[in-house]
Design a protein around this ligand. Structure first.
Ligand code: ADP
Ligand code: MG
Length: 264
């Protein structure tokens, strides 16, 4: 682990700091020294070919994967570790769970509880985890459903919703935990093309509300228009990272150029 500390002023500005992160699965080296800072309120898009390590990096940010070296901080707090006497110690599972609560994650597959309605899916964690009363949780859940444009679907089961609607419920469910950071891993990749727009519109509104977001996406239009920054990953490293419009419109590295030429 790298033990040098980050200056205080920097710490208060950055929502997420990823510093020289390494991660392997057995003999497969997946992250090879990834560093990246996400400012408060920034929409950071991660693009890159399949297998480049994007999902792994995202999963490291909320400690679904343990990093082998480097460090990750969210809002100035180390993810998964505690620093004591200049050494890093693994956090207890309970503390990891507490930390993870402030980080919302939306996956490619929506993972809603199939036997619960949209509304019941959303109130589950606020009641069980945050200890909210059912009345408060229900009132807030209705607001979140409205925010994602699904006020009229509160009583529907996932099987009675389109993929795009399910994904919007999944976003509402994440928002109900009042996260300070949202991670999206290809949220529209599993959707029929005609359903993608509604989900991206919800994400755009969320971005405009000031939410800090890291978004793994193949939607280059979204990355260009909604993203503040774009990082292009290839082979476990960030090859190019900069202003979203600049990276998409005028990539500097040959690998970024080749990738963008293929996905456009
Ligand atoms: P991306 O999201 O960019 O497609 P991933 O982060 O999913 O890339 O995967 C990067 C590499 O890590 C791939 O070679 C993948 O097979 C490997 N990998 C990811 N998760 C695991 C795991 N749990 N065990 C073993 N290998 C994994
Ligand atoms: Mg992935």
């Amino acid at each position: 682990m790298i033990a040098d500390s980050v200056p205080e002023a920097y710490r208060t500005q950055a929502a997420v700091e990823i510093d020289k992160v390494y991660k392997s699965f057995g003999l497969v080296d997946v992250l090879l020294g990834v560093s990246m800072t996400v400012r408060e309120g920034e929409v950071a898009c991660l693009i890159g070919p399949s297998g480049s390590g994007k999902s792994t990096l995202l999963r490291c940010v909320n400690h679904l994967e343990k990093i082998d070296a480097g460090r990750i901080s969210v809002h100035g707090k180390l993810v998964g570790y505690r620093e004591k006497n200049h050494r890093l110690h693994e956090m207890h599972d309970r503390d990891v769970a507490t930390q993870r609560r402030s980080i919302g994650m939306v996956f490619q597959r929506f993972n809603l509880f199939p036997h619960k309605t949209a509304l019941e899916n959303i109130i589950e964690a606020p009641i069980q985890v945050l200890g909210k009363s059912k009345d408060v949780a229900l009132a807030e859940a209705r607001e979140h459903l409205e925010r994602v444009g699904l006020s009229d679907k509160a009583g529907n089961y996932p099987s009675q919703l389109s993929g795009g609607q399910q994904q919007r419920v999944a976003i509402a469910r994440a928002l109900a935990m009042q996260p300070a950071l949202m991670l999206f891993d290809e949220p529209t990749s599993a959707l029929d093309p005609e359903l993608v727009g509604d989900v991206l519109a919800v994400m755009r509104t969320l971005a405009e509300s000031g939410m800090t977001m890291i978004v793994v996406t193949h939607e280059m239009g979204f990355a260009r228009d909604v993203g503040d920054t774009v990082a292009f990953m290839d082979g476990g490293v960030i090859v190019e990272h900069g202003d979203a419009r600049q990276v998409i419109a005028d990539p500097q590295h040959a690998r970024t150029q080749a990738f963008l030429a293929k996905v456009r």
